[in-house]
Design a protein around this ligand. Structure first.
Ligand SMILES: [Zn+2]
Length: 62
Protein backbone atom coordinates (compact mmCIF):
# COMPACT_ATOMS: atom_id res chain seq x y z
CA UNK A 1 0.00 0.00 0.00
CA UNK A 2 1.25 3.50 -0.69
CA UNK A 3 2.39 5.60 2.22
CA UNK A 4 0.39 8.81 2.40
CA UNK A 5 2.20 10.42 5.31
CA UNK A 6 5.06 12.66 4.23
CA UNK A 7 8.33 12.80 6.06
CA UNK A 8 8.45 15.51 8.71
CA UNK A 9 11.64 17.11 7.46
CA UNK A 10 11.61 18.95 4.14
CA UNK A 11 14.17 17.51 1.80
CA UNK A 12 16.53 19.79 0.00
CA UNK A 13 15.27 20.02 -3.62
CA UNK A 14 18.82 20.47 -4.86
CA UNK A 15 20.15 17.11 -3.66
CA UNK A 16 16.85 15.38 -2.79
CA UNK A 17 18.05 14.26 0.62
CA UNK A 18 21.50 13.03 -0.42
CA UNK A 19 23.63 15.91 0.82
CA UNK A 20 27.07 14.31 0.84
CA UNK A 21 28.62 11.98 -1.67
CA UNK A 22 32.04 10.36 -1.98
CA UNK A 23 33.78 10.96 -5.28
CA UNK A 24 36.69 8.80 -6.33
CA UNK A 25 39.78 10.71 -7.41
CA UNK A 26 41.23 7.90 -9.49
CA UNK A 27 44.15 7.54 -7.09
CA UNK A 28 44.82 4.70 -4.70
CA UNK A 29 45.81 4.97 -1.08
CA UNK A 30 49.02 3.20 0.03
CA UNK A 31 46.79 0.44 1.40
CA UNK A 32 45.20 -0.05 -2.03
CA UNK A 33 41.82 1.54 -1.41
CA UNK A 34 40.33 4.05 -3.78
CA UNK A 35 41.00 7.59 -2.62
CA UNK A 36 37.79 9.58 -2.28
CA UNK A 37 36.81 13.13 -1.50
CA UNK A 38 33.53 14.12 0.09
CA UNK A 39 31.39 16.63 -1.77
CA UNK A 40 28.51 18.31 0.04
CA UNK A 41 25.46 19.92 -1.48
CA UNK A 42 26.07 23.65 -2.02
CA UNK A 43 22.41 24.51 -1.44
CA UNK A 44 21.92 22.90 1.98
CA UNK A 45 25.62 22.68 2.98
CA UNK A 46 25.38 18.97 3.72
CA UNK A 47 22.32 19.02 5.95
CA UNK A 48 19.92 17.41 3.47
CA UNK A 49 17.02 19.66 4.42
CA UNK A 50 16.00 23.14 3.46
CA UNK A 51 17.47 25.92 5.57
CA UNK A 52 14.94 27.47 7.97
CA UNK A 53 15.03 30.84 6.21
CA UNK A 54 14.12 29.27 2.88
CA UNK A 55 11.36 27.22 4.49
CA UNK A 56 9.79 30.32 5.99
CA UNK A 57 10.14 32.15 2.68
CA UNK A 58 8.39 29.26 0.91
CA UNK A 59 5.46 29.51 3.32
CA UNK A 60 5.97 26.26 5.23
CA UNK A 61 4.63 26.23 8.75
CA UNK A 62 7.26 23.95 10.27
ZN1 LIG B 1 20.99 19.80 -0.56
Amino acid sequence: MPEHNHALARRCPHCDGFPAVAVTTGQRTPAGYRETITATCPACHGTGSLPLAKRVKAGATC
